[in-house]
Design a protein around this ligand. Sequence first.
Ligand SMILES: Cc1ncc(COP(=O)(O)O)c(C=O)c1O
Length: 360
Amino acid sequence: MNNCSQAPQSAVTRAAAAAYLDSWDEAGMDWDAWIAETERAREEFAGLIGAEAGDVALATSVSQATASVATGLDFGGGRSRVVVSGAEFPTVAHVWCAQKRFGADVSWVPVRDGAVELEDYEAAIDERTAVVSACTAYYQTGFRQDVGAIAEIAHAAGALLYVDAYQTLGSGPFHAPTSGADFVASGALKFLMGTPGIAFVWVRPGLAERLRPAITGWFGRSDPFAFDARRLDWADDARRLDTGTPPILEAYVARAAMAWLREIGLDAIGAWTAHLARRCSDGARARRLTVLGPTDPTRRGPTTAIACAESHAVEAALRRRGVLASARGPAIRLAPHFYSSEEDVDRALDALAAEMGARA
Ligand SMILES: Cc1ncc(COP(=O)(O)O)c(C=O)c1O
């Protein structure tokens, strides 16, 4: 039940990791095959979000992907403002704050009752705004944002929209080109069922040419194998945001996991995770637990956050009862996925209610 934090290992991902380890063991080095696999991971991520591989950059974390985008932007020309939603995972906000020394000034859109309202984006975004940073769903409450509506507000003011999709990607369909976002980043270890160490960022076609990231490396060049130390040229697509040697083992795992999710079907996964999320929040309320964030199911992502002051102690106690949940701040998060059953949800809620009742 903790896919909002780390998805479980599967036979598919274990076999993918073994394929790399076998290749390394048997061949010693098989660089071409390994790099080809990282390209397949890029293609798979692109396919998952309805995009082209050339519009996707590889990173090792969302932090790094965000920093590549942020340091590639220009905060001059009267557009120095970065509007950051209070629902961003701290790492993303930290990267924007670090741009202050390059001329950026950061303003915040508040979280109210576990959600961020469109009128607050309207108030914060103006013609001084270079970029707006808004996640698809808030890691703390499970609140799902309306990316399209935020994009309209940002674009009307001439600003770009950066979206961190980590808390939802893999839990249902997401089509980057029609989402309104200009950048979409995600790591692999949550609903994408992969491991830490790899992340991806999609760049709207035509935008990459404007970026000159200060975080760079040989894989960001037009020909990484030119070995010309003095020449800082830029790959002509999103690959210019690539940096050093790619995360190969992680790419094996991520590609296999994403191919598997696509084979199952993101529409079917989305319908099931929405059904289970609803069962989670309805079931929590029926057990007199407090669900954080909006009650409207259309404003909720796949994760249900339940208020719990001693969340880490309760997480450990649930683990002893055979339920893997995720403590975050003053909440226990339940994040079932396509493989979860209604019985899993009910069992987790029963265990949580019993554990919290015992502590009341
Ligand atoms: C929405 C979101 N963004 C970013 C991160 C972390 O990003 P990274 O550790 O890959 O930089 C997390 C959680 O780990 C998250 O939930």
